[in-house]
Design a protein around this ligand. Structure first.
Ligand code: AQP
Length: 337
C-alpha cells in the first residue's frame, strides 16, 4: 500500500489554516493510504520554544488529529523525538546534501530574516530533517501545501542522490499529494499574508479551540473592503480579504468557489459574515470541544502517542539498519559461545 507521511509543528495556536490546509485532508487520506502523522517537535526547536509550552502543544496537536477524525489505530500518530532514527538519518543525509541546495531554500531566508548569521544550524538543516522524516518510512506520498513544495523537491533530490551514490533503490522518490480540497487560508487582518500560528495578533486567525463567541468576534472584525461581494469569481481579483473569506466559506461548506460567489452575489459583508460565523461554529465547535476534552485527559493522549511511537520505531529501526548497512557502518555482533 502507498504510504503517506506528514506532520505539524507543536508551536501553539493551531488554527483554521492548519485544519483546512492539512489536518482535514488527512482524515480522508486514511481510507486509501497507510498513514503516518507526526508531531514534529524536533522541527519546532529550530526556533526558540518554552519547554512547558512545547510539551502542552505536542499534546494539543495530537488531540487535534484525533478530534478531527484521524483514527490512531489505523494510522500511526506519534511525536518525532520519540523515534531517534529521525535525527540519525538526518545526519547521514546531511552528509550528502550540498550547501548550495540548502542555500536556495526560501523558508530559511524568511525565518532567519536579517539575523542570518545568528540563525541556528537546525533551522538551516530543517529541510534535511524533513527529508529524513519522509524517507525513514519510505513514504511514497506527502501531502504538501504550496509553502512546503520546495522542501519536498529537496527530499526527492536527496533520495535520488543516496540511491545513485550507493547503487540502490532503497528510497522511493516521494510524490507530492496534491489535494484539490486543500485551502490556503489567509490572515483575517491582511488577506495577502497566510494565517499563521506565530502572528502576534490573535485576531488574525481562528484557533481550532476558539469558542463560538470568539469565532464570531474574530469573523465580525475581519478586514474587508467597502464594496458588496462580487457576482463572479473574476470580481474577487484584487480583493484579497473578500477572496479569503469566500474561500474559507467554500472550504467549510464543501462547495466550490463559484457556487459560494453565486450564493452571496451582491451581499454586504455584514450579512455574509453572519453566515460564515454560523458555518465556522458548526464545523469547528465539535472539534474544538473534543480537543479540549482530550487535552484535559493527558494520560489518554500520552497513551496514544506511546502506542504510535512503538509502531513508528518498529518501521524506522528496520529502515535505518538498512541505511547503515548500505553506508558501511559496522554493526558489531557478539557471537555466543
Ligand atoms: N494558512 C494556512 N493555510 C493552509 N495551510 C496551512 N498550513 C499552515 N498554515 C496554513 C499547513 O499546516 C501544516 C502544518 O504547518 P506547520 O506546523 O509545519 O507550520 P507552518 O506551516 O509554519 O504553520 P504556521 O501556522 O505558519 O506556523 P508558524 O507561524 O510557526 O510558521 C502544513 O501542511 C502547512 O502547509
Amino acid at each position: 500500500m502507498n504510504r503517506i507521511f506528514s506532520g505539524v509543528q507543536p508551536t501553539g495556536n493551531l488554527h483554521l489554516g492548519n485544519y483546512l490546509g492539512a489536518i482535514r485532508n488527512w482524515v480522508a487520506l486514511q481510507r486509501d493510504f497507510d498513514c503516518i502523522f507526526c508531531i514534529v517537535d524536533l522541527h519546532a526547536i529550530t526556533l526558540p520554544q518554552d519547554p512547558a509550552a512545547l510539551r502542552g502543544s505536542t499534546r494539543e496537536v495530537a488531540a487535534a488529529y484525533v478530534a478531527a477524525g484521524i483514527d490512531p489505530e489505523s494510522c500511526i500518530i506519534f511525536n518525532q523525538s520519540t523515534v531517534p532514527a529521525h535525527a540519525e538519518l538526518a545526519w547521514v543525509l546531511g552528509c550528502m546534501t550540498p550547501l548550495g541546495w540548502l542555500n536556495r531554500m526560501t523558508q530559511f531566508k524568511e525565518k532567519a530574516g536579517k539575523q542570518r548569521e545568528m540563525a541556528g544550524l537546525g533551522l538551516y538543516g530543517y529541510p534535511v530533517l524533513m527529508a529524513a522524516d519522509i524517507l525513514l518510512y519510505k513514504a511514497t506520498h506527502v501531502p504538501v501545501g504550496e509553502d512546503q513544495k520546495q522542501h519536498l523537491e529537496l527530499a526527492r533530490d536527496i533520495a535520488g542522490t543516496f540511491n545513485r551514490t550507493y547503487g540502490t533503490d532503497l528510497f522511493p522518490l516521494p510524490e507530492p499529494q496534491i489535494l484539490g480540497t486543500a485551502t490556503r487560508v489567509m490572515s483575517l487582518r491582511d488577506g495577502t499574508k497566510k494565517m499563521s500560528k506565530s502572528d502576534s495578533s490573535d485576531y488574525s486567525r481562528i484557533n481550532m479551540t476558539d469558542d463560538a463567541d470568539t469565532i464570531a468576534l474574530k469573523v465580525r472584525r475581519a478586514k474587508t473592503d467597502p464594496h458588496p461581494l462580487p457576482d463572479s469569481v473574476a470580481g474577487l481579483e484584487g480583493r484579497p480579504e473578500a477572496e479569503n473569506l469566500i474561500d474559507i466559506y467554500a472550504a467549510l461548506s464543501g462547495r466550490g468557489r463559484e457556487e459560494t460567489v453565486a450564493e452571496f452575489a451582491g451581499a454586504q459583508f455584514s450579512a455574509f459574515k453572519e453566515r460564515l460565523v454560523d458555518l465556522a461554529v458548526a464545523v469547528l465547535g465539535p472539534i474544538g470541544a473534543e480537543m479540549k476534552r482530550l487535552v484535559g485527559a493527558p494520560d489518554h493522549v500520552d497513551a496514544i502517542l506511546a502506542h504510535g511511537a512503538q509502531r513508528a520505531n518498529a518501521i524506522a529501526e528496520k529502515h535505518l539498519a538498512e541505511v547503515y548497512d548500505i553506508v558501511g557502518m559496522l554493526r558489531p555482533r557478539v557471537k555466543s559461545s
